[in-house]
Design a protein around this ligand. Structure first.
Ligand code: SF4
Length: 325
């Protein structure tokens, strides 16, 4: 007698998807389009998600790489990842109406960088070279900041004065890998100062904890997110480190492959902080068509944080309401 095939099911990690900073940035562009009318220019991808960018383009947003591409006098939104002070200055010089959708948790890291630099500390910024957030934070104090891109890089770092050195980090890193980088830095720099509070944001931490919780039970973990989304890429790494046999990052259901399901009874599913839930629902639909209709949501934390819209936009929205009577 053969034993019955194991039941097929999906474990859905929670929290997943949109964080407070992404929600605010996307709503900022939508409200700006409503208020000022298209086109509204957006410097860089507002958040690192292809679907979100294409949806906003369809409503009249125009994405550019640099401020100099924005026609003088136009409205420009700065993305959730933050910009260097020089970008604000450039926008002023071009007479642009700038709306800053930088996530407040990225702004917090900028302020920490400014403060440590004002006290003449060397700042070791743990992050990924070339990532927009790292470029923006470094722009706050370029003479004081050295990038540390991973644990191995920690062993090479030189500082001016080992008694005046602090570390900061990109908000979307792997929690475990960052702890390892700090451990290696501190082994060489015992007086290394910590940031006043965690730089890796609550959303990144919660999504990593949630995927850790399901991964050991899953032969396959699907992460919905774009390839340039740092926190989404980290979720694949965390899934594999936490016991998943395989894990793939997909932009949407159309990238899924039937062969990934060979021999799989439990599929884990999560999404990065810039991913709308509709894309997760599409993946659930695709899985249900293949027999994975039973879904259990595994909740490891509740989130209720919301950020107010950028002050420039709130002011104009209020004026428009008053003008309308
Ligand atoms: S991932 Fe974190 S830092 Fe980035 S936008 Fe979301 S809340 Fe802000």
């Amino acid at each position: 007698m053969t034993s019955p095939a194991p039941a097929k099911r999906v474990l859905l990690a929670a929290p997943r998807g949109y964080c407070a900073g992404v929600d605010r940035a996307v709503v900022t562009v939508e409200k700006a389009l409503e208020l000022y009318g298209p086109p509204v220019y957006v410097r860089k991808q507002i958040v690192h998600n292809t679907y979100v960018v294409q949806s906003l383009e369809a409503k009249g947003a125009v994405f550019v790489e640099e401020t100099e591409e924005v026609p003088e006098g136009s409205t420009v939104v700065f993305s959730a990842h933050g910009v260097a002070p020089s970008v604000h200055e450039e926008a002023r010089q071009r007479g642009l109406k700038a709306i800053d959708a930088t996530c407040p948790l990225v702004t917090k890291v900028h302020l920490e960088a400014r403060r440590f630099a004002a006290e003449d500390y060397d700042i070791l910024l743990i992050g990924h070279e070339g990532h927009e957030e790292v470029v923006g934070t470094t722009g706050e104090a370029p003479a004081h900041i050295t990038l540390v891109d991973g644990p191995e890089a920690a062993d090479e770092i030189e500082v001016r004065d080992p008694s005046r050195v602090a570390w900061l980090s990109q908000t979307t890193l792997s929690v475990d890998e960052t702890q390892e980088t700090v451990r290696r830095l501190r082994a060489r720099l015992p007086l290394l100062m910590d940031p006043p509070s965690d730089d890796i944001c609550y959303a990144t931490q919660n999504r990593q904890t949630a995927v850790k919780q399901i991964s050991a039970q899953c032969e396959l973990v699907i992460v919905v997110g774009s390839r340039n989304s740092s926190n989404s890429v980290r979720l694949v790494e965390v899934a594999l480190e936490s016991g998943a046999r395989t894990s793939y990052l997909v932009d949407g259901a159309d990238e899924l492959r039937d062969e990934w399901l060979d021999g799989v009874s439990t599929v884990g599913l999560t999404s990065g902080a810039s991913v709308p839930e509709v894309l997760v629902r599409d993946v659930l639909g695709w899985l249900a068509e293949r027999g994975y209709a039973e879904t259990e949501e595994v909740v490891s934390a509740e989130e209720s944080l919301l950020f107010a819209l950028p002050v420039e936009l709130r002011r104009d929205l209020k004026a428009a309401r008053q003008a309308a009577g």
